[in-house]
Write a protein that binds this ligand. Sequence first.
Ligand code: F0G
Length: 443
Amino acid sequence: MQAQAYQKCIEPTCGLEYPITDIRIECDKGHMLDIKYKTIPPTSLKEVFYKRRDPMSNIFNESGVWRFRELLNFCQIDTENIDQCSKRLVSLDGAEGRQSKPYHMSKVSNYVGVQNLWLQPEGYNPSGSFKDNGMTTAITHAKLVNIKKIICASTGNTSASAAMYAANENMECDVYIPSGEVAPGKLGQAFQFGAQVIEVKGNFDDALSTSLKQASQGGGYTVNSVNPFRIEGQKTIIFRALEFLDWNPPDWIVYPGGALGNTSSCGKCLMELYEWGWIKKIPRLAVVNAEGANTLYILYNGKFEDSKLRWNKGKPDTSLVKRYYEYMDKNGIKPKTKATAIQIAKPANILKGLRALEFTNGVVAQVSDKEMLDGMALVGLNGFDCEMASGAVPAGIKKLVEQEIIKKDDTVIGILTGRQKDSGIPVDYHRNAENKFANPPRS
Ligand code: F0G
């Protein structure tokens, strides 16, 4: 059988290709990889996906990832054959993506000034963040190539998700975390699910380079978002949002920006759907950085050397990125935000992120810690749970509306990436009566 799926270098001038069973996170020339599919999925699948919402006891229909399995069929199986699905597809009993879909949160809508606002709580995943969408697929690939040990660096949620899936598949799992910079709930999950925690002095960027080095020396299969199979699973966040809107794309999709795995997956998803004729309109992407970890904001908006970093049809000015990283290192500039999930200064997926921004005519905003906390608190007042980094989404939308970039009558989808895993943050927020949405205790 001829391979229907393969891996391909993202740089148009390089374009090296590899089989699906190749274990690598970059091409021989050091560029990132995409998973590519040769066949165009027919739009009639929209009906099939909809029908699967009544799962009929099939966990691969129940799963909000595998319900869309034809659009990420890198295992190249007959997707209706339940035996093949069970042998190949990794799932936490259908739990990943099962409960996440867009919700209207009226108090957030009023606050940001957009009525057609839909927020999708990805914290309602089994390990409590959007990572499970991509971990499901990365571990499926790991299983396909007989991996016994996985490895990652993390600000907390990736490690929780990796550890959970590894435990479920009887794999070993090493997680490299920036010491003292991870929310207690996330760290607790890694321990609890049996991962080996390795504390690294420094920040996430240091932890990632250590873990990638370990992986290259046989230390395990990398499950960070530089792994292209992670990106495939995270596309389903957008599939669920689009399906909810009857596949009529919104005007905007908004994410917090950290390592830019989400940004990359959203871009790839929209590029494919557009190319396949599934959507006729391309939503604009808005990525929201924390002010204290704003590399993408700085580079994209030309705030360093007056030069706006762009994908530039596959010819980005990577030397500008290098010079900015050197500038940060030389001047001791370290990422610093209370939203530790996105406390990242060197986004590993920056090039795929730029590609996504170019395809979608996207924008990059930044918000303060205070604005993120207000956003988080307001989501809570609608009866939904999210962590501080996810609060960047309402905060960023509000800012972009004020700047008249997002229009009040636009339709906006915002992704709330994770649930609260540091109870100290909301407790401190609400104890301080000066905070905008504080709900202080009485004695
Ligand atoms: N929101 C949450 C809750 C996260 O945990 C992360 C990333 C992001 C947003 C940023 O997403 O990297 O795709 O731009 N957390 C990673 C981790 C880095 O290790 O858990 P991104």
